[in-house]
Design a protein around this ligand. Structure first.
Ligand code: DWN
Length: 405
């Protein structure tokens, strides 16, 4: 049910160099209805293309399997909502968007982002592949097409966009060049695409190996993105680092002409990538070695904690990254009692691979320690449970008390 990539998904090179293999992993959002339910596991291997600098997965699961019926709702976190509201306000103001404008968003999820444009009377169109989520967005009054965005859909849209938002979607797409041509086709000639992707430099520097999973096919540097847009008739006007999703790049992208000069910050980001060696395999291979050490350190920390005296440890946040963290480090029911999460569609189900039960946060009980599995929401989550003892697993195992550093 998966294909093994032999060519780079961006430039077609055959020279793909292995960074790390996380072994056989379940699909991180395929929650189970019962602990005994059978499930498939698939190899999970990260590779690097020295030709175009793209870090990518070797194994590709069909998108229909991963995304047609989806369990993740972006509105579950206030941090995400705040981030979206601020970005919408910035774009409405800077680009003077109003009743005559159009904002299009591929992978619009439950409309968590588009709602802020609608509140300002800016017309929107969401394009969401998960039928269950698209129908929830439509029920909330956010016009949403149930489809995978790509070259065909983008170019075929009758009404072209002033702004196209692609927030944390590019890394999920196999046909990167087709997707970018779709973005170009969906925009008015003067339109702007605002793109956010997790930044591979943040993944490496913060040892965020838990963000490697089958849904995430590509891990971008600015250098790789510069090539991607250039090859498909677009240009990056400016790039910024933003905090969301463990560290992301936000790009403002326009048509290839007229040619805009890149600003100094964007130039300095690109030149820093060169200094760090992000165009060379060794940069990523070192990350692979550190990842192996981190997996072992986490497992032995938890075993040590549990063996020193009788303690109860639970997990918080049934995040996809949490599923990978637990499975890679083999942390199961022998260490954790259960996991809590606020997402209604996850509650009562079992985590892929490790088969831990998901309970609502109200049933958090009185554990001695809580392993933070959604560490990207550390402030938001720990503030809800002051005084509790949290284990933050990455980049280095750390113990904190709720609401305090
Ligand atoms: O790219 C992706 C990102 C955006 O979302 C996807 N491929 C899949 C998914 O990844 P994730 O599951 O690792 O995302 P999150 O947003 O880190 O997941 C957080 C989890 O924690 C959610 O299940 C909601 C939950 N949560 C909670 O229970 N209480 C979150 C908050 C903030 C809370 O207070």
């Amino acid at each position: 049910m998966f294909t093994v990539r032999s060519l780079c998904s961006m430039c077609g090179s055959t020279d793909l160099q292995e960074v790390i293999s996380l072994g056989s992993m379940p699909l991180s959002n395929s929650f189970l209805a019962s602990p005994n339910q059978a499930e498939e596991k698939y190899p999970l291997t990260l590779v690097f293309c020295p030709e175009c600098s793209l870090v990518q997965l070797k194994e590709v699961i069909p998108p229909d399997v991963l995304f047609r019926d989806y369990i993740y709702f972006s509105s579950q976190s206030q941090t995400m909502l705040d981030h979206s509201r601020d970005l919408a306000a910035e774009l409405i103001k800077d680009l003077n968007l109003g009743k005559e404008s159009l904002v299009i968003e591929p992978a619009s999820n439950d409309g968590y982002m588009l709602q802020y444009f609608m509140q300002a009377d800016v017309p929107v169109l969401g394009i969401e592949p998960a039928s269950n989520i698209a129908s929830i967005a439509n029920d909330r009054g956010i016009p949403t097409l149930n489809a995978f965005f790509g070259e065909g859909i983008g170019s075929g849209l009758q009404e072209k966009a002033d702004v196209l938002l692609a927030l944390n979607v590019l890394g999920h797409v196999d046909d990167l060049n087709g997707f970018v041509r779709g973005i170009k086709g969906a925009l008015k000639p003067s339109g702007i695409a605002v793109i956010e992707v997790p930044y591979v430099r943040d993944m490496v520097e913060d040892l965020a190996w838990d963000t490697i999973y089958h849904e995430h096919l590509s891990y971008f540097s600015l250098r790789a993105l510069t090539n991607l847009f250039k090859w498909n008739g677009m240009q990056i006007i400016k790039a910024r680092r933003v905090d969301i999703h463990c560290g992301s790049l936000r790009l403002y992208v326009g048509n290839a002409s007229p040619k805009y000069p890149r600003d100094r910050f964007t130039e300095s980001l690109l030149s820093m990538e060169g200094k760090l060696g992000m165009d060379r395999p060794s940069y990523y291979q070192l990350f692979g070695i550190e990842t192996q050490k981190s997996i072992e350190a986490l497992k032995s920390y938890l075993l040590d904690l549990r063996d020193r005296r009788i303690v109860r440890i639970i997990g918080y946040g049934a995040a996809a990254k949490g599923v990978i963290l637990l499975n890679a480090a083999k942390i199961g029911w022998d260490i954790l009692d259960y996991v809590v999460d606020s997402t209604p569609s996850k509650i009562g189900k079992y985590l892929p691979g490790v088969h831990l039960r998901v309970l609502p946060p109200e049933e958090i009980g009185n554990p001695d320690y809580i392993l933070l599995l959604a560490r990207n929401f550390k402030e938001e989550i720990t503030a809800k449970h002051p005084g509790k003892k949290w284990i933050v697993p990455l980049p280095k195992v750390e113990l904190i008390i709720g609401g305090q550093e």
